[in-house]
Design a protein around this ligand. Sequence first.
Ligand code: MN
Length: 258
Amino acid sequence: MNARLRIGLSSCFFPADPLRSIFKGKVLEYLEQSMAHWLQSMGVLVYMIPSRATGHDFGGYAEDLDGLVLQGGSDVAPPSYGEVAERPEWSGDRLRDDYEIALVRDFVKQGKPILGICRGLQLLNVAFGGTLYQDVETHAPNALCHRNWEIYDTNHHDLRITENSEMATWYKSPVLLVNSVHHQAIKQLAPDFKVEAISPKDGIIEAVRHSGPSWIFGVQWHPEFQGRDPKLLDDSIILARFLEAIKIRREKPTRAQV
Ligand code: MN
């Protein structure tokens, strides 16, 4: 099959705002530009998958598209992992959680690869039964600063790749540098997930992979913001592995692999 790969991208939600000058009082769904540009850098076609007015049946999309990327954005809502928000500003976006969990289920049913970025890693962990720190600063008090609004995606920390992991076969060095723009982090890892990389100074989980036959991978940093900075981890390797998993799946279609 020579057709270009078609990647579904989950949308971010912008709640209805009565003060907005355009689309006043309307809910918007959007993508972040560098995410689309990063994916397109390897020649794939990117399609944003909008939510549905009723229900969460994405069967048509999961059947037609080759893989799914979950982009970053708002916090995952604590009720999505069995907790109550300790502060109103940690309430997250339950509507987006429900929409993305349904998307994940449909792509998993089709055995199609999934890549979660930042919130996407957290969403994958929650969708498969794990939990999160509602606020890293409060719930992991010895942790580094993983989000700094002032310096945003120029906030960096070390990343240590787990020995004998899949990522360890992708990179020559086990210690690399990544950006860090996240408010939540994995507390309890979901069953069947493996830790691929951590922040070595505080043990915060920074990359995970599902251990089943479907290719399901999440990274806590933002590859799409890193560009080609030689100081930072080379994210083109991750994108290439994702696309390779998609090509393998297209050659040997299997269903319901996890
Ligand atoms: Mn981090």
